[in-house]
Design a protein around this ligand. Structure first.
Ligand SMILES: *Cc1c(COP(=O)(O)O)cnc(C)c1O
Length: 355
């Protein structure tokens, strides 16, 4: 057989593993494996999507003028500093390809978002993974020490996926002050809205003061639009220009742009849903503590169970209770907050594991 000419550096790379989806009529019923919003789309958002469906014979507005202007107004930045992408993942991919190439290094905490190493290698760069602290948070001193001549990008994921841990404003600011000003830093705020801790960082405020900072946000999590693929970055203008050059042309569809705008119109309603999820998270956190669990404090819409070698067997116990989780073999599992029924099943499984 002929061996086709593919990139050899991809051989060592494992493909992205999406959270498992339930199989109809059999196996676990509750998909708590992908950090999705459990609520169905808002009627106003659905109506807008239905209205726009009649235009899908046309390409979308590639620059996303209306959404870009709306986001710029919302955050008090220039439209030139807003970059759209097909989800936060594409934003991260754009930024990596805009900053790093072959032989360059991208520094981030580990374990963190599993797309980081994949996208870094896809860009040709070398991922430099800095272990989390014992408390499952970013080790900023070690991350700073990992920044060197070849570093083109440093990523801070806050709250961190999959551990849910957060760094405060002062801590992030101190880190930003320590990174060489020519190195771009990405603050990935995919779960920002769930972070209601006192002293939570304000990425937009930091963005105004640090000319090497990029802030990434998504409509997938708090806004419940994971299936439509829309996210954005606030980026210094030269970085934004470079990101747009490597973006997938027409990547953000008309439906996605419209749904994002309709979601911003429904900001209060969506904030109410976030508050409900946060209240539910805090109730579950208390119940888990009552069961005897000592989990890292989470400010996201998920919990991290650092189970080490017991991870596989624990995932099976969750599955027995109808709950699909995201296991990382040998490390732990992540389970997100769902609807009431799913959360009861989550507690049932967690309780059985404590026995
Ligand atoms: C979910 C997530 C994103 C963005 O996901 P999209 O669906 O592509 O918008 C970005 N960063 C982290 C850490 C995430 O968990």
């Amino acid at each position: 057989m002929t061996t086709l000419r593919l990139r050899a550096d991809l051989d060592a790379l494992a493909a992205y593993r999406p959270g498992k989806a339930p199989v109809d009529g059999q196996g676990p019923r509750f998909k708590l494996s992908s950090n999705e919003n459990p609520y169905p789309p808002l009627p106003s958002v659905l109506a807008r999507v239905a209205e726009l469906a009649g235009q899908v014979n046309r390409y979308p507005d590639m620059a996303g003028h209306a959404l870009t202007a709306r986001l710029a107004g919302l955050h008090g930045v220039a439209g030139e500093q807003v970059v759209l992408g097909a989800g936060g993942v594409e934003i991260i991919s754009q930024l990596m390809r805009a900053t790093a190439g072959t032989g360059d290094e991208i520094v981030f905490a580990w374990r963190s978002f599993e797309a980081y190493p994949l996208l870094a290698v896809a860009a040709g760069a070398r991922p430099v993974q800095v272990p989390l602290t014992a408390a499952a948070g970013h080790d900023f001193a070690a991350m700073r020490a990992a920044v060197g001549e070849r570093t083109r990008l440093v990523i801070v994921c806050n709250p961190n996926n999959p551990t849910g841990t957060v760094a405060g404003h002062a801590e992030i600011e101190e880190f930003l002050g320590s990174v060489p000003p020519e190195v771009v830093v990405l603050l990935d705020e995919a779960y920002l809205q769930f972070n209601q801790a006192a002293g939570a960082p304000d990425g937009v405020e930091l963005f105004r003061r640090y000319p090497n900072l990029v802030v990434a946000r998504t409509f997938s999590k708090a806004y419940g639009l994971a299936g439509l693929r829309v996210g954005y970055a606030l980026a210094p203008e030269p970085v934004a220009v470079a990101m747009r050059k490597v973006a997938v042309p027409f990547g953000v569809t008309t439906l996605a742009q419209g749904a994002a705008l309709a979601s911003l119109d429904a900001g209060d309603e969506l904030a109410g849903r976030v508050d409900k999820l946060v209240a539910e998270r805090d109730r579950l956190a208390d119940a888990l503590a009552w069961q005897g669990w000592d989990l890292p404090a989470t400010q996201a819409n998920f919990f991290w169970f650092p189970l080490g070698d017991r991870t596989g067997e624990a995932a099976a116990v969750f599955a027995k209770h109808g709950v699909l989780v995201r296991p990382f073999a040998g490390e732990g599992l992540r389970v997100c907050i769902g609807d009431d029924e799913a959360n009861e099943a989550l507690l049932g499984a967690a309780g059985e594991l404590r026995k």
